[in-house]
Write a protein that binds this ligand. Structure first.
Ligand SMILES: Nc1ncnc2c1ncn2[C@@H]1O[C@H](COP(=O)(O)OP(=O)(O)OP(=O)(O)O)[C@@H](O)[C@H]1O
Ligand SMILES: [Mg+2]
Length: 278
């Protein structure tokens, strides 16, 4: 057990189950912890309960057994809770009759930020997710699927929430753009240290982004492992994944290379900013 203080525990699943009114068990016996600044990746095949797990965190769903705690609380003000959580929805879920700008500005607007601050923030976010400033005035139907997905990420980041729930946020992207956004995610994570639950069924994405990988199968947690242990695991489900993706343990090394590369890029950027500021 790590000797981290208890208040570092941001999200806790304690023996959680979720059963539909029809009696179908979607999740059972799920126990998980996410500490401040960690990225927990939920990895698992379609229908294994990943999206359901996310929705239990921001209380779009309530567990039928056990409890989900956020910052130590299993109940309380839902509005306040949701404001502390950015949610990238699996189907993106932009409002079709809102421009990109208004979609991204949703939470800051609800929170009553001054207009100028919102405008500045939207510009900043468009840049972070790699969209042209001119896209701000477009409507979602005028964007490609991948561009819409980036707007979804920008919207979740808008009010700088300490917790992020990301449901296959890069799923609809081509491999090059996906690679770019994964790098940006790692760089942001190093600067902002958010507590993230990230859903994917892509093992390579999981290995690259996760502090720990929680492997789900049919509503149950199979195992939780650090990426470097995942690729070497003799757990039958984990090794089936590793085989299916043709990943060799050397990938752990290349993952560290990417991380170091990103770390250096961030350092250089910070240095440049310092230089410009002085
Ligand atoms: N409201 C619902 N009514 C009926 N079945 C549901 C409902 N919500 C979830 N399920 C079922 O629960 C299971 C888990 O769904 P969930 O959306 O959590 O899966 P997932 O792991 O996110 O899958 P995917 O990778 O395809 O997004 C699936 O079998 C799904 O059909
Ligand atoms: Mg899902």
């Amino acid at each position: 057990m790590e000797s981290t203080p208890a208040n570092d525990l941001v999200i806790e699943f304690r023996d959680v189950s979720y059963t539909l009114p029809t009696g179908q068990q979607v999740l059972s016996g799920l126990s998980l912890e996410v500490r401040r600044g960690q990225t927990l990746v939920l990895l698992g095949r379609s229908g294994s309960g990943k999206t359901t797990g996310l929705k239990l965190v921001n209380r779009l769903l309530s567990p039928t057994g056990g409890e989900v705690r956020v910052n130590g609380l299993a109940a309380g003000d839902v509005v306040r809770l949701r404001r502390s959580i950015g949610y990238v929805i699996q189907e993106v879920g932009l409002f079709p009759h809102f421009t990109v700008e208004r979609n991204i500005a949703l939470v800051p607007t609800i929170e009553g930020w001054p207009e100028e601050r919102i405008r500045t923030r939207v510009r900043e976010l468009l840049q972070i997710v790699g969209l042209e400033p001119s896209m701000a005035s477009r409507y979602p139907r005028q964007l490609s699927g991948g561009q819409r997905q980036r707007v979804g990420v920008a919207r979740a980041l808008a009010a700088d929430p300490p917790i992020l729930l990301m449901d296959e946020p890069f799923g609809a992207l081509d491999p090059l753009t996906r690679d770019e956004l994964q790098r940006e995610f790692l760089a942001l994570q190093q600067q902002l240290s958010k507590t993230v639950v990230f859903v994917t069924h892509d093992l390579r994405e999981a290995l690259r982004l996760a502090s720990r990988i929680a492997l789900m199968e049919a509503g149950r947690l199979v195992t939780v492992l650090a990426p470097q242990d995942f690729v070497r695991s003799d757990d039958p489900w984990a090794s089936a994944y590793v085989r299916a993706f043709g990943v060799v343990p050397a990938s752990a090394a290349s993952r560290n290379e990417v991380r170091n590369e990103v770390r250096n890029e961030v350092r250089n950027e910070v240095r440049n900013e310092d230089r410009n500021a002085s």
